[in-house]
Design a binder for this molecule. Structure first.
Ligand SMILES: *[C@@H]1O[C@H](CO)[C@@H](O)[C@H](O)[C@H]1NC(C)=O
Ligand SMILES: *[C@@H]1O[C@H](CO)[C@@H](O)[C@H](O)[C@H]1NC(C)=O
Ligand SMILES: *[C@@H]1O[C@H](CO)[C@@H](O)[C@H](O)[C@H]1NC(C)=O
Length: 352
């Protein structure tokens, strides 16, 4: 006899629980996909997609490889940006997303904003590098450049990036089906838009020098995006000053309004959250907190990575580590440097 039947209720339950809570960024589980997506049949094997995302996959296959790359970028950049914080974005390591990203916390606000920025960023860059057939360079700016400057090169196609990126990453929040609360959806949509605004703000003029022996008498310029890590730093500042909101009737509809100062509407450039976060000091699976035991801390820092703050006052243990460094470097005429390798012992600290 086949034994598949008894597992069905569990599977259904898991599905219901997941779709209730964290559908919005489950596409980040794509970071684990090793498969090369080049057949429409592949779309239904991908983890974490809602039906309209799978539909987009089928209708625009070549975009999927870029979206998978975006999911990997989100994970890498999020963890890098938060290495000095108690919450260090390790829960993004799907497919088992932890409650810190499912609930409407400040941390989930950051992850939604970064994810929305990252997907559009990656698509905009892919247009420029010629990885996508359906788009190419962004438009040449309308204004006339200053003397000595001229438009050239290939602009990042932020327009196409925002168009396709938001279509994909907002899809779970725009589903008709009842999945997750209305308040959570509003929160995720708002924070995604904050992420996309941070991306628009990161479109800067980049130039290359021309002219006799690098005299830079002529500069060729285009609009290019800053790296995602710079956008993440901007969003981290917004994370630190995020506003707590409540879901409340405003006029004819329920909207998100700041909890303490509800005389003003939510600003377009501020991240918002519905639920306060735990302090992430102790391990608590239910809240999605890993705790900071065994995390490295910095004894001389006075910031969030200081042993005092990181270890929540529990104290820390020193250990020594041997590192290899370049030393006794010599300059040789002309033109190279030789160095020796030296072993050095450094003292490091981990939280108790
Ligand atoms: C799809 O990708 C796989 C793995 O990279 C490759 O072996 C296969 O030839 C590709 N198929 C098509 C139709 O491009
Ligand atoms: C984040 O912190 C947890 C809990 O201390 C640790 O297990 C994990 O390795 C850290 N992750 C990263 C990416 O530093
Ligand atoms: C520790 O913090 C100090 C002061 O902020 C900084 O100069 C130093 O590079 C940090 N050390 C490590 C190992 O991160």
């Amino acid at each position: 006899m086949k034994r598949t039947f008894p597992s069905l209720p569990l599977c259904l339950l898991t599905f219901l629980l997941l779709s209730q809570q964290c559908t919005g960024i489950r596409w980040l589980a794509l970071s684990q996909t090793a498969q090369h997506i080049n057949k429409t049949q592949h779309c239904k094997t991908l983890p974490g997609l809602v039906s309209s995302q799978a539909q987009l996959c089928r209708s625009n296959l070549e975009l999927m490889q870029t979206i998978i790359q975006a999911a990997r970028e989100v994970k890498k950049v999020c963890q890098k940006t938060f290495t000095d914080m108690r919450w260090n974005c390790s829960s993004i390591d799907g497919p088992k997303f932890l409650p810190d990203l499912e609930r409407g916390t400040r941390e989930s606000a950051f992850v939604y904003a970064l994810s929305a920025a990252a997907i559009s960023h990656t698509i905009a860059r892919a247009c420029t590098s010629g990885d996508l057939r359906l788009c190419s360079c962004g438009p040449i700016p309308g204004e006339i450049p200053e003397p000595g400057y001229r438009w050239g090169g290939c602009a990042d196609n932020i327009h196409y990036g925002l168009l396709m990126g938001s279509k994909f990453s907002d899809a779970p929040m725009k589903m008709k089906k009842k999945s997750g609360s209305h308040a959570n959806k509003l929160m995720h949509l708002h924070n995604s838009e904050v992420g996309r605004q941070a991306l628009r703000d990161a479109l800067v003029m980049k130039c290359k020098c021309h002219g006799v022996s690098g005299s830079c008498s002529i500069r060729t310029c285009w609009r290019g995006l800053l790296d995602l890590k710079d956008i993440a730093i901007d969003l981290k500042t917004k994370y630190l000053s995020a506003t707590k909101v409540v879901h409340r009737p405003m006029g004819t509809r329920k909207q998100l309004v700041p909890k303490d100062i509800d005389i003003r509407p939510v600003r377009e450039n501020e991240l918002v959250y519905l639920q306060s976060s735990p302090d992430y000091c102790m391990k608590n699976d239910k809240l999605g907190s890993f705790g900071t035991q065994d995390r490295q801390c910095n004894k001389t820092s006075s910031g969030s990575d200081s042993c005092d703050l990181m270890c929540c006052g529990r104290g820390y243990n020193p250990y020594t580590e041997r590192v290899v460094e370049r030393c006794h470097c010599k300059y040789h005429w002309c033109c190279y440097v030789t160095c020796k390798k030296c072993d050095k012992t450094v003292e490091k600290y981990v939280c108790k």
